[in-house]
Design a protein around this ligand. Structure first.
Ligand SMILES: *Cc1c(COP(=O)(O)O)cnc(C)c1O
Length: 423
C-alpha cells in the first residue's frame, strides 16, 4: 500500500486507496472521513521517536479532546495508548471505549466536586491539579471517603510557546497550572496527607509547537522544581510533559521533530528517577482526518466565492484560530486553470471562511472537495449553529468502511428541545 491516509490514485483522491468521491456519493456531505492506517502510522512514529531516546520510560496518553469519537478512542486503546481527559464527559467516553481507570489521566481547569468525586471513586491513574481550590476539594473528598488519590501538580512555567495566542497555555497570564512556589507548598502538604499520593509534576504549554525551544524552557523549570522537591525528601516518580506536538498544515511549515524532542527530554530530565507521560492529541489524528464537502454555489462579487455545504459549525479552526487547511478537489485536479477564490461556508457569519484568497484549481458547482488535516479539533468542536445537524463520520480501516457516527437528523435536533405547556 502507498503512504497511509489521503493520496491520489489515477487522479482521484482516495483514503487508504478507497475513492473519496464514492464515499461522498454514498454517505452524503458534509462528511468526516478518518483513516485508521494514518492513526496507526502516527502512533508508531511517536512511539519510535520517543523510544529512540527514552527507551520504555514513557507512556502516551491520547488527548481525547482532539477527536473523541468512540471508534478513534477504541483504535488508539488497541494500540496501547492511555487517555488524557479534561472533563468528566471525556472520562466516561474513555471508559466506554474500554480504557481502564488506570489508563486515564485527568487534566483540565476548574474540576468541580462532582467530577472529582467520580474520578476519585474510579481510582484514575492520576489527577493533574490546576489550582489550590482543586487541591482542597480533592483533599476533602479523600478524607471523607478514605480513598487514596494519585496526584500530579501542573506547573505553569510562565514561558511563551510561540504558537497562536488562543492555543498557548504556558504563560502566567493564562488560566492554566500553578506557579512553582504554590506547587512546592501544596506538594509537601499532599505528602503529609494520609490519602493523597503526590506522584510528580505535569506541564503542557500549548498546541501546534514546531520546535523544541519553548519546550526546553518549560522542561528546565520542571526539572528545577522536581530536583528541589526530591532534595526536600518528597517523592517524585512521574513527569507528565503534555502534548502540543505540531504538524505541517502547509508546505514550508515544520512538524515537530520527535526524535530530537525526545533527545532534548533525555538531556534535560533523563537523570531523574521518573517515568514520563506525554499527551499528544493533534499529532495522532490531525492528518488522519478530512472533511469532505460539496460545492453548492460559485458566485462572483467583489471576490470569487466558492460556497461549500460544510461551514464553520463543522470545522471551526479557520474562524477560531485563523488556521490554514489544504483544500483540494476530490476529482482529478491536474489540467485545470487556477483561480484565486474565497472558500466559504453556508453559515450566516462573515467569518465563516475556510480559505481567503486561495489559488485553487477551478471548481464547479456540485463537485466534492476535501479539507485536509481536519482530524484533530474538527468534528469534536462541531456545533449545530444555524440548525445544521452534526455531520456523519466514517472510519476507513484496512479496506473496511464503517459509519462511526450517523448523520444527525433535523428531527433529532428539534426533538432535543421541549416547549413548556404554558406556551
Ligand atoms: C489539549 C491538551 C493536550 C493535547 O494537545 P495537542 O496539541 O493536541 O497535542 C495535552 N494536554 C493537555 C492538558 C491539553 O489540554
Amino acid at each position: 500500500m502507498a503512504a497511509p491516509g489521503f493520496f491520489r490514485n489515477n487522479g482521484a483522491l482516495t483514503v487508504d486507496g478507497i475513492d473519496l468521491g464514492l464515499l461522498a456519493a454514498e454517505h452524503g456531505t458534509p462528511l468526516w472521513v478518518t483513516s485508521g492506517a494514518a492513526i496507526r502510522a502516527a502512533y508508531a512514529e511517536l512511539v519510535q521517536g520517543l523510544g529512540s531516546a527514552l527507551g520504555d520510560r514513557f507512556r502516551l496518553h491520547y488527548a481525547v479532546k482532539a477527536n473523541d469519537n468512540q471508534a478513534v478512542l477504541s483504535l488508539l486503546r488497541g494500540l496501547g495508548a492511555g487517555a488524557d481527559v479534561v472533563s468528566i464527559g471525556e472520562v466516561e467516553r474513555a471508559l466506554a471505549a474500554g480504557f481502564a481507570p488506570a489508563d486515564i489521566l485527568f487534566s483540565g481547569v476548574g474540576k468541580d466536586a462532582p467530577a472529582l468525586e467520580r474520578a476519585i471513586a474510579l481510582g484514575l491513574h492520576q489527577i493533574n491539579i490546576e489550582s489550590e481550590g482543586e487541591f482542597r476539594r480533592i483533599a476533602a473528598i479523600a478524607t471523607r471517603s478514605g480513598r487514596t488519590v494519585d496526584l500530579a501538580f501542573r506547573l505553569n512555567p510562565d514561558v511563551a510557546s510561540g504558537t497562536h495566542a488562543k492555543i498557548a497555555t504556558g504563560g502566567a497570564e493564562t488560566k492554566f497550572g500553578l506557579d512553582a512556589a504554590t506547587v512546592a507548598r501544596l506538594y509537601a502538604e499532599a505528602a503529609a496527607h494520609p490519602q493523597l499520593r503526590p506522584r510528580g509534576l505535569a506541564v503542557h504549554i500549548g498546541s501546534q509547537l514546531g520546535s523544541f525551544a519553548p519546550y526546553a524552557e518549560a522542561f528546565e523549570a520542571v526539572g528545577t522544581l522536581a530536583r528541589a522537591l526530591l532534595a526536600a525528601g518528597l517523592p517524585v516518580e512521574r513527569l507528565d510533559l503534555g502534548g502540543g506536538f505540531g504538524i505541517a498544515y502547509r508546505s514550508g511549515q515544520q512538524p515537530l521533530d520527535i526524535a530530537s524532542f525526545a533527545a532534548g527530554v533525555a538531556k534535560l530530565l533523563g537523570d531523574l528517577p521518573v517515568r514520563f507521560a506525554f499527551e499528544p492529541g493533534r499529532r495522532l489524528v490531525a492528518a488522519a482526518g478530512a472533511l469532505v464537502a460539496r460545492v453548492t454555489d460559485i458566485k462572483q462579487g467583489g471576490r470569487r466565492f466558492v460556497v461549500l455545504d460544510a461551514a464553520m459549525n463543522e470545522l471551526m479552526r479557520p474562524a477560531l484560530y485563523d488556521a490554514w487547511h489544504s483544500i483540494v478537489p476530490v476529482g482529478r485536479a491536474e489540467g485545470r486553470a487556477l483561480q484565486t477564490v474565497d472558500v466559504v461556508g453556508q453559515v450566516c457569519e462573515t467569518g465563516d471562511i475556510f480559505a481567503s484568497q486561495r489559488e485553487l484549481p477551478a471548481l464547479e458547482e456540485g463537485e466534492a472537495v476535501a479539507i485536509l488535516d481536519a482530524g484533530a479539533y474538527g468534528a469534536a468542536m462541531s456545533s449545530t449553529y444555524n440548525a445544521r445537524p452534526l455531520a456523519a463520520q466514517l472510519l476507513v480501516d484496512e479496506g473496511r468502511v464503517a459509519v462511526v457516527r450517523a448523520r444527525q437528523s433535523i428531527a433529532a435536533l428539534i426533538a432535543a428541545d421541549s416547549v413548556p405547556d404554558w406556551l
